[in-house]
Each structure stands twice: as structure tokens, then as C-alpha cells.
Design a protein around this ligand. Structure first.
Ligand code: ZN
Ligand code: MN
Length: 268
């Protein structure tokens, strides 16, 4: 039997139907953003990374991967540089919540009962939680109560030991990692042709007052659009991050969905 794609949208409907109808095959939904990432990275980093994590993880746990959400919630100055920056193209929170809710309910209609929302954009976090919560509430109203949804962001699987190894000069937090060492290293590992290290802007980590002001004051944000420097990024660090996060997520999904590790959809 020829090898089958893990991408749900590359399958024909009868093959897809056979895989999801009984509810056993998990569906991974990458949720990204269209957002500037400094002078050295393309604007779909937050889509590419969770999509590629999803592909690798799906192959290991026998899951399918849905079309990613290519747009996300608005960029915030303290975690993405701000929504005023050129290129960044965002959804209102209510739009993301409703779109995610709709997609979850459609997959459940097909038979899917195990879903994982694979976040790649910091600002999406609470809107994903809201979309999941409202979807589960509406499904309960329809008498469907056997749906389980895991919500995760890949960077939360980087262990403290890995942080110490990768950030010997100190770690400023995931919010400031916009276009910094984490994303740049992973891109160097997975999509080196899309990284322009010769154009990266080296600067100290952004620092902000402990409050926000609206409308946003552009002077708060480094002119590069990144919030920490990508200077110390490397393919070697990307390899480590890829391995640690993939393994952590595989373990989490295997436990939460009571999966048989090593089963792949191609064997179904
Ligand atoms: Zn990003
Ligand atoms: Mn982002």
C-alpha cells in the first residue's frame, strides 16, 4: 500500500472518512499568524513552525493534520512588536474564536473526537481557549460529550535544562522571543532558504513598562520589529529545539489520547 499523507486535505474524502469516522484518529490543527518577524525572517514563521511540528508528530502518533490557520489574533507590542507594523495582518479576537469554533465542530461532525490545537503565535493563546470552550459548549447542547481537545504551544515543551544550554547569557521569556533565538534557530533547521542572517538586526532585549497604552506608542518597540536579538541563533540550537519539543508533544498526545506510539495513519 502506498504511503499516505498525514495532511487531511491531501486525502480523498473516502480515505479521510475511513480514517476519522470512528473517532480514533486525532486531528492536529496548527494555528498561526501573518506577522512581521524582523529583517531576517519571512512573515509566515508562526504558520510554518506549528505546521511542521504537526506533520512530524502526526507521523509518530498516527494523527492527521488540518489546514493551518494562516491568520491569527493581533500582534501585541510586548510579544510580537505590535499590530501597527508593516506586513502584519491580523484577525479581530471574535473572528478567530468563531472560525476556530466552526472548524472544530466540522471535524467533530466528521467523527473526530480527539483534537489538538497546535499554536504558533503567542497572542492567539486565550482566543484559542475561548474557541475551544464555546465549541465544546455547543457540542454539549447537541448531546456530544465525548470530545477531548488538547491546547498547546510548542515552546512550552522546551525544558529548563534546554533553556540553560541554549541561553547561557540568560533567558528573557517566550514573549520576547519574537524573531529571536527560538524562532530563528528552528527556521535555520527547517527552512534555511527562508532565513537571511546577513540582514538580521542585533539589539538588546526590548524592555517595557509594567502597563500598556492604547493607541500603541511605536517608540516602545525596537525598530527592527524583533523583540530580542537573533544573533545567537544557530542550526545546532534549532536541531535541539526541534527534538525536545517534538518528543514532549508526542508524549503529551500519546498520554492524553491513550495512543499507541509508533502507529501511523499509513498503516491504517
Ligand atoms: Zn513568531
Ligand atoms: Mn507571533
Amino acid at each position: 500500500m502506498s504511503r499516505q499523507s498525514v495532511f487531511a486535505y491531501e486525502l480523498t474524502w473516502p480515505v479521510y472518512d475511513r480514517l476519522v469516522r470512528d473517532g480514533d484518529t486525532p486531528m492536529l490543527i496548527p494555528v498561526g499568524a501573518f506577522e512581521q518577524h524582523g529583517h531576517h525572517l519571512p512573515m509566515h514563521v508562526d504558520v510554518l513552525l506549528p505546521s511542521e511540528f504537526s506533520r512530524r508528530i502526526a507521523e509518530q502518533v498516527g494523527a492527521l493534520v488540518a489546514q493551518p490557520f494562516a491568520y491569527g489574533y493581533k500582534s501585541h507590542p510586548k510579544s510580537g512588536g505590535g499590530n501597527h507594523l508593516p506586513g502584519t495582518t491580523s484577525l479581530d479576537g471574535a473572528t478567530l474564536v468563531n472560525a476556530l469554533k466552526d472548524v472544530i465542530k466540522e471535524f467533530v461532525r466528521h467523527g473526530v473526537r480527539k483534537l489538538a490545537i497546535m499554536n504558533g503565535h503567542y497572542e492567539n493563546s486565550w482566543f484559542i481557549v475561548e474557541g475551544v470552550d464555546v465549541a465544546l459548549r455547543e457540542l454539549r447542547w447537541d448531546g456530544i460529550e465525548d470530545v477531548k481537545i488538547v491546547v498547546l504551544s510548542y515552546w512550552d515543551f522546551v525544558t529548563d535544562a534546554t533553556i540553560e544550554k541554549l541561553y547561557p547569557d540568560g533567558f528573557t521569556g517566550w514573549d520576547l522571543e519574537h524573531g529571536g533565538v527560538l524562532e530563528t534557530s528552528l527556521m535555520l533547521t527547517l527552512y534555511p532558504d527562508l532565513v537571511h542572517m546577513d540582514r538580521m538586526v542585533d539589539h538588546p532585549p526590548a524592555s517595557f513598562p509594567p502597563y500598556d497604552v492604547y493607541p500603541v506608542d511605536p517608540d516602545w518597540i525596537p525598530v527592527s520589529g524583533t523583540l530580542s536579538s537573533p544573533r545567537n541563533a544557530s542550526k545546532e540550537k534549532g536541531d535541539i529545539l526541534l527534538e525536545v519539543c517534538t518528543r514532549g508533544i508526542v508524549n503529551a498526545l500519546t498520554a492524553e489520547f491513550a495512543l499507541d506510539p509508533g502507529t501511523s495513519v499509513s498503516a491504517a
